[in-house]
Design a binder for this molecule. Sequence first.
Ligand code: ADP
Ligand code: ADP
Length: 224
Amino acid sequence: RPVLVLNKVERHYVQGERKLTILNGADFTINRGEMVALVAPSGAGKSTLLHTAGLLEKPDAGEVTLNGRVCGNLPDDERTSIRRNEIGFVYQFHHLLPEFSALENIMLPQLVQGLAKKEAANRARQLLDYMHIGKRAGHRPAELSGGEQQRVAIARAVANAPRLLLADEPTGNLDPQTAGYVFDALAALVKQSGLAALIATHNHELAARMDRKVTLDQGHIVPA
Ligand code: ADP
Ligand code: ADP
């Protein structure tokens, strides 16, 4: 079943006199439990695609449909609310809050959504265990290794049980072995929870382990 559908999506930037076209009638579908690698050179438009799919930016034309609802063009407040409930983001750098423990960082998005503290803590503990870092629950980000920090960031991204996970170089800051371990944990989570995941990466080894690879070509999303 499709989680995310892009239908004839366009994204253009105006740079001085020039119009730069990043997406030009792009069509794309990603289903439940599917992990798709987004591989393209720097400047090709990966961030633009992730931001458009993630409802952070509106398409200039076309439709972005999430879980059957056309929502790319809804007003900002509605897109924000959908984003908080249905989309998780992971970046190259963890962006965890330094003053809070791993557990608290994972609890926060749930508390924002109105969950009781106890429930949020239970879910956070489960996710930490699932990511094999249950013993790190009380540590602050600075007390964690790079791999552990990304594991916490991934757990936080899925804390509200989103349907779509968007990741921009989630292991780009890690050594190859650690990147592999963190990817294993991420892949297990995607399969177990039936998430749809679109993951931009320059790591060809990891890209090859996903269900399929896509790239950007002349404004279209095509198999890589
Ligand atoms: P990637 O993530 O693949 O490196 P981006 O989506 O960040 O690519 O950018 C694609 C192209 O669009 C780049 O050439 C970039 O300079 C341009 N671009 C991105 N954002 C803007 C913007 N807000 N205004 C003008 N040009 C932009
Ligand atoms: P670090 O940044 O310290 O390498 P990681 O989060 O990558 O932290 O994991 C710490 C250690 O746990 C790894 O070096 C590895 O020995 C072990 N480990 C983590 N995930 C796995 C896994 N999926 N399979 C086997 N061992 C793992």
